[in-house]
Design a protein. Structure first.
Length: 374
């Protein structure tokens, strides 16, 4: 019995890429339209991996597989504890600049673009550009309020978009953190996406306030019944203008929730991904800062991750190549202790002050180099 439980747990311990592919595979089995979606994504992933190897040698820089981009920090919700509430809203990337970033991502061999924000669909060009760049898989995190049945059909027909709709548990959980009526909107969006035949799932932030509901059979079964093929649990990080430190999970709550996530994978007909555990892995190493991903904010600044708004490069000056070759991101990677999490869900945010100091030191080095060259 013990061996069977151990083997079952090992099968449940997968990285994010494998989990996403597993959810796509399970979803694709029911009809030819879904199978075509799955086959095309796998083909583009293969081409991207080959291209990445070639381009890494060509630019002599590290090219991660995942690009996270926030095309806007504007949002029509005012969610409690959201990191984007104190970000700059002006000087957003233009449509042409956004398009150029995605074109370069295809050429460099990025396979996946995580579209976050803000609310991505506030921008009228977001869906148009995702439809245009077919060789990229877009994982889009949205509150769902701006998705109509017509746009849900476009998402389905595009064949390269995974839509994750934010929900915090039951009605009281979701409406308390987001807006009154937010839960109803999320359920309605699930319905639109299901009827349109899209591949979609839920995105939930687990806090001390909702952790019991999120891991319950009732919540997971409701998500399955709504048509979700995948679910993303993200542990709350106390950032933004009004951080809720009382929402931060204890180590005991973390471990308990992890066990429940593994049970869901073994017992429910849905694939669930858990951050940070499935990102950091058994070695407890963050994948951001250019290791497996990096973040471009709405002004084009190259950031280690969405939670750490410290930047040394802007894609408006050097494109994505400058982001991949960023000396600052490389400096973060070389300080391995900055990639190790302890008490919070994001190691880089947990070491924000150290990264700020590193940034100042880096600034002095660059000034010294310029003086020497002068």
């Amino acid at each position: 019995m013990e061996n069977r439980d151990t083997n079952s747990k090992r099968r449940s311990e997968k990285n994010i890429g494998n989990l996403l592919i597993s959810s796509l595979w399970n979803w694709s089995l029911s009809n030819s339209h879904r199978s075509k979606f799955f086959s095309k994504i796998c083909f583009y992933f293969l081409i991207a991996s080959i291209r990445r190897i070639y381009m890494r040698a060509k630019i002599r820089g590290r090219i991660p597989a995942v690009l996270a981009i926030s095309p806007t920090m504007r949002c029509n919700y005012d969610c409690m504890g959201c990191y984007s509430r104190d970000r700059v809203y002006n000087n957003e990337l233009t449509t042409e600049e956004f398009d150029s970033v995605l074109t370069e991502a295809e050429k460099l061999g990025f396979s996946t673009v995580v579209v976050t924000g803000g609310e991505p669909f506030i921008r009228q060009d977001t869906l148009n550009l995702m439809e245009k760049h077919k060789r990229l898989l877009f994982v889009t995190i949205t509150n769902g309020s701006l998705i109509s049945f017509e746009s849900a059909k476009r998402i389905s027909e595009s064949g390269n978009i995974v839509t994750l709709v934010s929900i915090e548990g039951f009605v009281s959980d979701t409406d308390f953190r987001r807006n009154e009526g937010a839960h109803e909107v999320a359920i309605r969006t699930f319905d639109y996406l299901r009827k349109a035949g899209a591949f979609f799932g839920f995105a939930a932030t687990n806090t001390t306030a909702n952790i019991e509901n999120l891991a319950s059979d009732e919540f997971v079964d409701r998500m399955v019944a709504s048509g979700c093929a995948v679910g993303f649990f993200t542990e709350y990080i106390p950032c933004g203008p009004d951080p809720r430190f009382d929402w931060v999970l204890s180590e005991l709550q973390r471990e308990s929730f992890r066990e429940q996530v593994l049970e869901i994978r073994n017992e429910k007909s849905i694939i669930v991904v858990q951050f940070p555990h499935d990102e950091y892995g058994k070695d407890n190493i963050c994948s951001a800062a250019g290791r497996a991903s990096l973040h471009i904010n709405s002004q084009g600044e190259v950031e280690p991750c969405p939670f750490v708004s410290i930047s040394w490069e802007n894609i408006r000056k050097g494109g994505l190549v400058s982001a991949c070759k960023s000396p600052f991101l490389r400096a973060i990677r070389e300080h391995s202790e900055l990639l190790q999490r302890k008490d919070l869900a994001c190691s880089l945010f947990e070491h924000f002050e150290e990264i700020k100091i590193l940034s100042l030191q880096f600034n002095n080095i660059q000034i010294g180099k310029r003086k020497k060259n002068y």
